[in-house]
Design a protein around this ligand. Structure first.
Ligand SMILES: [Zn+2]
Ligand SMILES: [Zn+2]
Length: 402
């Protein structure tokens, strides 16, 4: 144990000297997770994500998000400064200006919320019960629903805890029989980079270099992965950006019509007129593209399918799930929307992971923390096995874990 602590110290010293860390691939099953990123002052990096506070993370792509801000802010400011004062009286300009700026601020607020929320990072903390050379077969089991009502609740529809671990196939030769009996079974993927058994529907993002739960896609415009915990904010961002683009279209059209009525023609040598045509086209293209993407996203959201799964056609549970859904009616569209957008988010595992990394806790130290009633007593709840348990997948000899 002391050797492990000093090994941890050595790694830390090395990081402090070089300013960046190498991967510390410790054999310890718990306490030292996989360290993949760089170290910058007091901020620690998980995969490509820079930890900031609570569940807020800043991904390595964050600076690109400034490009999105510029693409929204620049045309909006041009409209406010050049076109707006020429469209309405000063009184009207103030009212329209306030509404327009409020829409712009709301847009940036949602973008930041989406960009800084942990998308559902799965910490790379191994469990001694999981053998990386073994195949673990699971299947979706609707019988595990908490209630057996004919109508599913929103929670049941989007809930993940409906998988069960199957006993392994008895021998190589009997695999066919195994599949015949469990025709919806699929093997969980082992992530070689994170060294964890991935829960169903999660995916390893190469840009962020970490596994993300219910991974939708990596969005460079938002500067982060879109996953279980920030998918709702991403969809809200698409919606609000299209509304803001539509507002810009409508306001530039008002100016265009006014100019035409007053002058009987639109002189394209006049700067405000050229700018109006440009802003109208620019916002129009954005509106059509983003509202289309938003509609696509929401069709999938209502089906509880991510874009990743839709494009790859690989949600292993979906075929079986559709069959099971015939037995119980889905919640209404409104209920599904309400659950997806407004239900409480599952807690982020980033903070607990950060505490493990920062303190480089050993099992002994954790035991001591538990005895002291520390606020981080629940650190074991984020290791690989505990994450799988949230999906209903319980490993054998679980008693060894606690
Ligand atoms: Zn991974
Ligand atoms: Zn990513």
């Amino acid at each position: 144990m002391n050797e492990l602590i000093s090994q941890g110290k050595r790694n830390k010293d090395k990081q402090d000297q070089s300013g960046s860390s190498d991967e510390s691939d410790s054999d310890q099953d718990f306490g030292i997770g996989r360290w993949q990123g760089k170290r910058t002052n007091e901020l620690s990096v998980i995969g490509g994500f820079t930890y900031i506070k609570d569940d807020k993370v800043r991904s390595s792509d964050f600076p690109i998000c400034i490009a999105s801000v510029f693409m929204i802010a620049a045309p909006s400011l041009l409209y406010l400064i050049v076109i707006l004062p020429q469209t309405f009286t000063w009184y009207g300009s103030v009212i329209v200006g306030i509404i327009y700026v409020a829409s712009l601020v709301a847009n940036f607020a949602i973008l930041l919320k989406c960009s800084l929320t942990d998308p559902g990072i799965i910490p790379s903390i191994k469990s001694s019960n999981i053998n990386k050379d073994k195949y673990y077969y699971v299947k979706y089991d609707d019988k595990l629903r908490t209630s057996q009502n004919d109508l599913m609740t929103g929670e049941e529809f989007y809930d993940q805890a409906c998988y069960q671990l199957l006993p392994p196939p008895p021998a190589e030769g009997d695999k066919e029989e195994f599949y015949k009996q469990n025709n919806d079974a699929f093997a969980l993927a082992f992530c070689r980079t994170c060294q964890i058994l991935r829960p169903p529907r999660s995916f390893h993002c190469k840009t962020c270099n970490i596994c993300i739960e219910q991974h939708d896609h990596h969005c460079p415009w938002v500067g982060t992965c879109i996953g279980k915990r920030n998918h709702r904010y991403f969809s809200m961002f698409l919606f609000w950006t299209s509304i803001h683009a539509l507002l810009t279209c409508a306001l530039t059209l008002v100016f265009f019509i006014q100019t035409y009525q007053n002058q009987g023609k639109v002189d394209v040598r006049n700067l405000p007129n050229v700018l109006t045509i440009f802003l109208f086209t620019y916002s129009g293209i954005f509106f059509v593209t983003l509202i289309g993407f938003w509609c696509y996203q929401n069709c999938l959201i209502l089906d509880n399918v991510t874009s990743n799964e839709h494009l790859r056609r690989n949600w292993n549970g979906s075929k079986h799930r559709k069959k099971q859904l015939e037995n119980a009616a889905r919640p209404s569209i409104l209920q599904r929307m309400r659950y997806f957008y407004f239900s409480e988010l599952p807690p982020s595992r980033v903070q607990a992971y950060f505490k493990i990394k920062k303190n480089e806790n050993t099992d002994d130290q954790l035991q001591q923390l538990n005895n002291e009633g520390s606020s981080i007593t629940n650190l074991k709840s984020i290791n690989n096995e505990a994450v799988l348990r949230e999906y209903g997948i319980i490993m054998q000899s679980e008693e060894l874990l606690v």
